[in-house]
Design a protein around this ligand. Structure first.
Ligand code: ACO
Length: 430
């Protein structure tokens, strides 16, 4: 028999169905709550609210499990590529060779941006933050393809997906080049997605440039690890904006801004700044662990703890292995690595961190790896955006195809003044 939940209110009893997810998690379906009882729910930060049913990503924060379309992140990171992962997330299944070639072909053939887009970069002030530039340029794509933005036209949506996936690395690399005053480098369609990005970032027209294939592989894995994380802040943004039937470019542009905030995509930058501070302060790691534990000190160990993971973040384990591999290479020097390792070793044995279930999260090592790839700190959130793009697209597409599609429109509990009459300005009290 289907499970239900009973609500007793003002002498009446109401019954609501309990829905069950594939992996056993349960949700009360309260979609008829207001019409039957007149009540709404109140849940700041959506701590107990499921906003949609989704088939894309499953995560269990207690057990440290992350699945993309059912496949464990550990297997995907080891065996797949970022482009194949994007296909999986967006279209639902691991692609056949033919499907992968088709997707790859279209990404390659849409990688350049319209020449007029380059002029837009000149409109920004000197040294603009690349995240702001990326979001603005992604939004501007809607002006270049304004006759192909119908969200209910399958073909137009497909072209928009190809365009966005293909062009974001170009837009991102141009925003970096603009910020340091170097000429834009055209994409190289003979290279893989990640290798092409590195070339656009670091090559110059006046000298030859050879992509370090190991670096491209490492970047590919980092992008895979960031590719989706169910209904986080930026993904919920892409769904909410998309729920007004707004086009893909505008919806993703909004998601990039949502990701920019320090509580979301900015944490890997905060980790590097913290490690640098500890280093510059003489490297006394214990002192900072004590500070983090002190209830009278607002200092927190950046890169530790997560709203959902109350166990090891599975992505952090993969990144740790990646970091071990990179930093054991001859010549790979990272003065902050030693501090990070000491910090992790002390923190994971400390009762404060154990009791509060604070483990290293995905951001703890990703910043250090980006540094070895020579990616500057203000590009860290942009790297996160490139990685998260397939997830945003998959979630936006799933929403548009949802039979129960509805514009997103939460309710509120009004706590302002009750109705009152307008007061003329001369009668208002100081
Ligand atoms: N260092 C020291 N103490 C911490 C830390 C930390 N990094 N994180 C949480 N705590 C403590 C809090 O002080 C609090 O203690 P209390 O119960 O005595 O008041 C307790 O642990 C719970 O912390 P909350 O902030 O209530 O937990 P929440 O789930 O809301 O926050 C968050 C999670 C924001 C990630 C938090 O752990 C944090 O600030 N971490 C550092 C920043 C960071 O690494 N963010 C990246 C997140 S991953 C991502 O966005 C991709």
């Amino acid at each position: 028999m289907a499970e239900t939940v009973k609500l007793a209110y003002q002498g009446k009893t109401y019954e609501f169905p309990v829905l069950e997810g594939t992996c056993g998690e349960k949700a009360i379906d309260i979609s008829t709550l207001r019409t039957t009882t007149g009540l709404i729910t109140f849940d700041p930060g959506y701590m107990s609210t499921g906003s949609c049913q989704s088939q894309i990503t499953y995560l269990d924060g207690e057990k440290g499990i992350l699945l993309y379309r059912g496949y464990p992140i550990e297997q995907i990171a080891e065996k797949s590529s970022f482009i194949e992962t994007a296909c999986l997330l967006i279209y639902g299944e691991l692609p056949t060779r033919e499907q992968l070639d088709y997707f790859q072909y279209h990404l390659v053939h849409h990688s350049m941006v319209h020449e007029s887009i380059k002029n837009l970069y000149d409109g920004f002030p000197n040294n603009p933050h690349p995240m702001a530039v990326c979001s603005a340029i992604v939004g501007s794509l809607a002006t270049f393809y304004q006759n192909e933005l119908n969200v209910r036209n399958e073909r137009e949506v497909e072209i928009a997906i190809h365009r966005l996936m293909a062009k974001l690395p170009t837009i991102a690399a141009y925003s970096y080049k603009k910020s340091i005053g170097q000429p834009f480098q055209y994409p190289d369609n003979t290279l893989s997605y990640s290798a092409n990005f590195l070339k656009m970032m670091f090559s110059l027209p006046c000298e030859p440039y050879e992509v370090d294939e190991d670096a491209a592989k490492v970047l590919d894995v980092l992008l895979i690890l960031h590719a989706d994380h169910e209904q986080n802040c930026s993904t919920s943004t892409v769904r909410l904006v998309g729920s007004s039937m707004c086009n893909l470019f505008a919806s993703v542009s909004s998601a990039i801004y949502a990701l920019w905030g320090p509580l979301h995509g900015g944490a890997n930058q905060a980790v590097i700044e913290m490690l640098q501070n500890i280093h510059d302060d003489g490297g006394d790691v214990n002192k900072y662990v004590q500070k983090a534990k002190d209830p009278n000190d607002s200092f927190r160990l950046m890169g530790f703890g997560h709203r959902v993971y109350k166990n090891f973040d599975p992505r952090s384990r993969i990144i740790k292995k990646l970091a071990d591999k990179i930093f054991s290479k001859p010549g790979a020097q990272e003065p902050l690595l030693d501090i990070a390792l000491q910090l992790e070793e002390i923190a994971i044995k400390d009762s404060y961190f154990i009791e509060k279930k604070l483990y290293p999260n995905v951001d703890f090592y990703s910043g250090l790896i980006y540094r070895t790839l020579n990616i500057p700190i203000n590009m860290f959130p942009v790297m996160f955006a490139i990685g998260r793009l397939p997830g945003w697209i998959a979630q936006w597409k799933e929403l548009q195809e949802d039979k129960q599609f509805k514009i997103g429109r939460p309710r509120q509990l009004y706590k302002g003044s009750p109705k009152r009459d307008y007061v003329a300005i001369e009668n208002r009290q100081e």
